[in-house]
Design a protein around this ligand. Structure first.
Ligand code: SF4
Ligand code: SF4
Length: 359
């Protein structure tokens, strides 16, 4: 018994120490860098005060990776780099070499294997996306698939550094959970209230938890056919889908009525300006797997207009701030409809008015 307890004692190790995985030149010069530059798209060159130099070669991946692909990427690190890689927060892979002569063969190998080298400068970044049909239990679309179709269309914009500033893209496969702010985001948009399977509610759902979950108090307990269930006041419901995760019988995903929407102008960083929230600019686009052509048409249109019209170093939000929303819709040719107006009066009291982190 005493031995079993000793075996089960948790080891509180915190974040793993990454020193042992780091390229030795990075380790040696940590905190002692003189400058860095970008010799070409997809390559960062860092020079230390000691005179040491490293080149980081960044390649895009398909994000959802199988073990064969990861092994292939690691074999490339062994053969063409110096055995050290790291993944960026947007699932790009970076190879670090301390010898400039290794850069060109490494790039040739990566591109030959189908991994585009780019994404370091003013380019479209890899799209951050949520789990989609592959992993999550509530998605209204396949976020990974939407990303694949978008990145195929934006392949050259990842490889070249021809945008006015960084363009962060993201997709989110439900309206309420893990999507983030981005210069341009594709987000699921439910357009009809949930359909309730009253036979299952009593067995599957904790009704008080579901009632508490609704942000507009549209759900109340009800007895249906003699069984405890729930009902939705459809006039109040904002079709957010928050009731569906804790109560799967409140199905809101629908092949026809779950649409995709496009939001622009979000930013997390404090660089140059404060963080900003995204705004809805296109709604009701068909959730048209497997290539989502309607979404790609609108994304391409917005990015082409931004690229042509923004001044150097203007992020999407800065550009829109300068030209104003009426001109944004004029220049992109997107229709401005009543569905784009944020008229939910509860938001003033319920939501933060900025996305600054507060303690
Ligand atoms: S965005 Fe929503 S549906 Fe998509 S992975 Fe996150 S919780 Fe699941
Ligand atoms: S979809 Fe959202 S607003 Fe509508 S009932 Fe469910 S939680 Fe409430």
């Amino acid at each position: 018994m005493a031995e079993a307890q000793a075996l089960r004692k948790a080891i509180e190790c915190g974040v793993p120490d990454n020193d042992k995985y780091m390229h030795p030149t990075l380790l040696k010069n940590r905190g002692n860098w003189k400058y860095h530059d970008r010799p070409r798209p997809g390559v960062l060159h860092h020079v230390a005060h000691s005179g040491d130099q490293v080149w980081s070669v960044r390649a895009g991946t398909q994000r959802q990776m199988d073990t064969h692909t990861i092994r292939k990427l690691c074999d490339i690190a062994e053969q063409f780099a110096e055995g050290h890689v790291r993944f960026t927060i947007r699932s790009n892979i970076e190879y670090i070499v301390a010898d400039e002569k290794k850069v060109a063969p490494l790039i040739a190998k990566l591109e030959g294997e189908g991994f585009p080298v780019g994404g370091t400068g003013n380019s479209v970044t890899m799209v951050a996306h949520t789990q989609g049909w592959l992993h999550c239990d509530i998605p209204g679309t396949d976020a990974s698939g939407v990303v694949k179709s978008m990145m195929d269309a934006l392949y050259d914009e990842f490889k070249n550094e021809q945008m006015p500033n960084r363009v962060h893209l993201s997709t989110s496969c439900c309206e309420i959970n893990c999507g983030g702010q981005a210069d341009l985001a594709v987000i699921v948009q439910h357009t009809k209230p949930p359909k309730i399977n009253h036979d299952m509610v009593a067995n599957v759902c904790e009704r008080p938890a579901v009632v508490a979950r609704c942000p507009v108090a549209a759900i109340r307990p009800a007895l249906v056919n003699g069984k405890p269930s729930l009902e939705v006041d459809e006039k109040k419901c904002i079709c957010c889908g928050a009731c569906y995760p804790p109560c799967p019988p409140m199905q809101i995903n629908d092949p026809e009525h779950s649409k995709l929407a496009i939001w622009v102008g979000g930013k997390n960083s404090n660089a140059r300006g404060k963080p900003t929230f995204m705004k809805l600019v296109a709604s009701g686009l068909p959730n048209n797997a497997p290539r989502w052509p309607e979404v790609n048409e609108v994304v391409g249109r917005i990015l082409r207009t931004y690229k042509a019209d923004a001044r150097p170093w203007e992020r999407m939000a800065d550009w829109i701030d300068r030209i104003g929303w009426p001109r944004f819709f004029e220049k992109t040719g997107l229709p401005f409809t009543k569905y784009l107006i944020d008229d939910w009066r509860g938001s003033r009291a319920n939501l933060n008015a900025s996305n600054h982190v507060r303690f």
